[in-house]
Design a binder for this molecule. Structure first.
Ligand code: BES
Ligand code: MN
Ligand code: ZN
Length: 499
């Protein structure tokens, strides 16, 4: 077990196996030690600059160098982490710190004790240092027979703001949030063969034990009674039946009622509109939205936020068999709207429609849905930025929460011509898909909005940032990233009036 501490001490006088400081890359060459490293700079004096130059350390993002301190500091080893060029805006600075802390975690894996002296002048920076460290050090070793990498036993974050009350609270909360992100990563990384809808529903129920969150699992018989044709249609081709898991956290005197809906396709083969082999490679990640809303609800409950939360994890496996849904089929969503299915690979919006309609029934103040919905949004925004659609009053503060959380969200429109196309089916109430290949993420968002009954709503398409197909980088590790969780919890906090 690792213990985490927040201290106001000087990094030069802190005794640990390794002390980590940050360095900015100067635009004209050379490096500048970042805030937090002042005493280290003084202790090394003029010898540091030529030393770093000899080591070839430039301060660029992700770069690390290790310097034995030879008694200049109380700790035997100084680890310098590059922060990149110093940005002018706060959001980019927070992200740089978050990334550097992640690099620090992997660079000090063999140290029994680590002191982090990265920029940590206020609560927001402290949060990003600790979350970045915890997330960068994440490893998924469940399926490996070799021993998992060691982690430091004692981690101390050094901050001039350590003694301020809010800093201590933030420090504790960051551990709760990081654990929730790790929970998302664990679920996303679990092979789809081991995380079928029934198995995932079980896992979710188990995760709520001992918390103030209750879970109700609706099985295929109940879904049939209720008329959840989206989940049943998409899940019909799999030998593992669909599930809808409803989570409820209901504290006394809540500030508001937030509904969260998550896409939980445990594997997306595309169904009869089958994907290519390449297109299927990462499709165990297609339940990231459900994992995120579940873990966000658990985190909000653990933090004891005075906010009522109802979450819907829409779980189905999109497979190919004699009982698969066909292109051309018409299905009926919970509540009765009919949908003409034209591409079985656009399955996410169908299961989400059931979830959204279940959500609106409880008349929440705000609905947020999270889904790895379209490759189109990945084309548009790449794999580090999420797309945000929906009502101004929800999207604007969500994007702002993303800025505080090292997660970039980019606002996307729902144009009227796209709405008209969604409503343009010749045989059903709505078209699930049409011939127009452009802006498919917008079509999907317009489709989802049809099921929100005009309530304040935001839709996050995280198809790109939910999964990292490359190696570890900053706070990201290979596989599931847990993207959007930190933002959701931060947003929930703003709803309770605590920034
Ligand atoms: N799960 C995919 C979207 C996706 C793609 C997520 C890549 C993560 C990485 C989704 O169900 C899908 O297949 N979408 C189709 C929609 C199309 C048929 C309108 C797509 O993106 O091609
Ligand atoms: Mn699909
Ligand atoms: Zn999908």
């Amino acid at each position: 077990m690792t213990s985490y501490h927040l201290r106001g001490a000087s990094p030069a006088k802190t005794r640990a196996d390794a002390v980590v400081v940050g360095a900015w890359k100067d635009p004209k060459g050379g490096v500048t030690l970042a805030a937090g490293a002042e005493d280290v700079g003084t202790a090394f004096g003029r010898s540091l600059r030529p030393l770093l130059s000899t080591l070839g350390f430039t301060g660029k993002t992700g770069e690390v160098t290790r310097v034995p301190t030879g008694g200049k500091l109380s700790s035997p080893l100084l680890v310098l982490v590059g922060l990149g060029e110093k940005p002018a805006d706060r959001a980019t600075e927070l992200l740089a710190v978050r990334r550097a802390a992640g690099v620090a975690a992997r660079s000090t894996a063999n140290a029994a004790s680590v002191a982090l002296a990265l920029p940590a002048d206020d609560a927001g920076l402290i949060r990003n240092v600790l979350e970045g460290y915890l997330l960068g050090g994440y490893a998924f070793s469940r399926y490996q027979s070799k021993d998992p990498d060691k982690r430091a036993g004692t981690v101390t974050v050094l901050s001039p703001a350590a003694r301020r009350g809010e800093a201590g609270t933030t420090f504790e909360e960051a551990q709760v949030v990081a654990a929730a992100v790790q929970g998302v990563r664990d679920w996303v990384n679990t092979p789809a063969g081991d995380l079928t809808p029934p198995a995932f529903a079980e896992e979710i129920s188990r995760a709520t034990k001992g918390t103030k969150v209750t879970a109700t699992v609706l099985d295929e018989a109940t879904l049939t009674e209720l008329g959840c044709g989206g989940l049943l249609g998409v899940g019909g081709g799999s030998s593992a039946p669909p599930r809808l898991v409803e989570l409820r956290y209901s504290p006394a005197e809540p500030f508001a009622h937030l509904a969260l809906v998550g896409k939980g396709i445990t594997f997306d083969s595309g169904g009869l509109s089958i994907k290519t082999a390449k297109g299927m490679e990462t499709m165990k990640c297609d339940m990231a939205g459900a994992a995120t809303v579940t873990q966000a609800t658990l985190a909000i409950a653990r933090l004891g936020l005075p906010l009522r939360v109802t979450a819907y994890a829409c779980l189905a496996e999109n497979m190919v068999s004699g009982s698969s849904m066909r292109p051309g089929d018409v299905i009926s969503i919970y509540g009765g709207k009919t949908v003409e299915v034209l591409n079985t690979d656009a399955e996410g919006r169908l299961v989400m429609a059931d979830g959204l309609q279940r959500a609106v029934e409880e008349q929440p103040d705000t609905i947020i849905d999270v889904a790895t919905l379209t490759g189109h949004m990945m084309q548009a925004l790449g794999n580090r930025v999420g797309a945000a659609f929906g009502s101004d009053e929800v999207v604007a503060p969500l994007v702002e929460s993303g800025r505080e959380s090292g997660e970039k969200l980019w606002r996307m429109p729902i144009p009227q011509d796209v709405v008209d196309r969604v409503r343009g089916s010749k045989i059903a109430d709505l078209a699930q898909h049409d011939w127009n290949r452009w802006g498919g993420g917008l079509f999907a968002a317009a489709f989802l909005r049809e099921f929100t009954d005009g309530r304040p709503w935001a839709h996050l398409d995280i198809a790109g940032p939910a999964f990292n197909t490359a190696g570890a980088a900053g706070h990201l590790t290979p596989g599931g990233t847990g993207f959007a969780l930190t933002t959701l919890v931060d947003y929930a906090r703003t709803l309770t009036g605590q920034a």
